[in-house]
Design a protein around this ligand. Structure first.
Ligand code: S3P
Length: 184
């Protein structure tokens, strides 16, 4: 299986727990593309976990690193890229993401997100007194940014990773066809 010829990279954005890494890996496998993940690239560079990076260097350093990673990826081979949930916060990232390829936003409703993110402790932004309302607040501020950045939106709430991958591949084909027709 291949991505449409006019789509160089497939970029996955979305809130924590939306399934970007698992779905990204699945699509990369099916399309025989490289899979990259901005969080893993940053973890590798620091040799630390994300909570350790936040604790030792602060969120601004992490955000700056996210931007540097994106800039480096402009020269990379075709790939499927999963991004950290906060990547859309910086306007400069939103334009780099769009220039990299087709941007797919994975959405899920708040209950599903909460169910998924409350299972593990590796998200420093959710280490608050009331993580449930932190999720709600962050979703509210970020959803417009994901919406503004994405070419395609796929709702994932009741779907398996395989089903989400199927929907993305179908949507991307339709999107590329209508975009190519518009350009001709
Ligand atoms: C963050 C999401 C995390 C990670 C970091 C900050 C965010 O990635 O980049 O903890 O600001 O939403 P995931 O979306 O993969 O959990």
């Amino acid at each position: 299986m291949h991505l449409p010829g006019s789509v160089r990279n497939l970029i996955l954005i979305g809130f924590m727990g939306s399934g970007k890494s698992s779905v990204g890996r699945e699509i990369a496998r099916r399309c025989e593309l490289r899979f990259l993940d901005t969080d893993s690239m940053i973890r590798q560079k620091y040799g630390k976990s994300i909570p350790e990076i936040f604790a030792a260097h602060g969120e601004p350093a992490f955000r700056d690193e996210e931007h540097q990673v994106l800039l480096r990826l402009r020269a990379a081979q075709p790939m499927v890229l999963a991004t950290g949930g906060g990547i859309v916060l910086q306007p400069r990232n939103r334009s780099v993401l769009r220039s990299l390829g087709a941007v797919v936003w994975l959405t899920a409703n708040e209950e599903v997100i909460w169910e998924r993110v409350s299972r593990n402790q590796n998200r420093p932004l959710l280490r608050t007194k009331d993580p449930r309302s932190t999720v709600r607040d962050l979703m509210e501020t970020r959803y417009p940014l994901y919406r503004e950045t994405a070419d395609i939106t796929v709702e994932t709430s009741r779907l398996t990773h395989q089903e989400v991958a199927n929907r993305i591949l179908l949507a991307i084909r339709n999107w590329a066809t209508s975009r190519d027709e518009d350009q001709n």
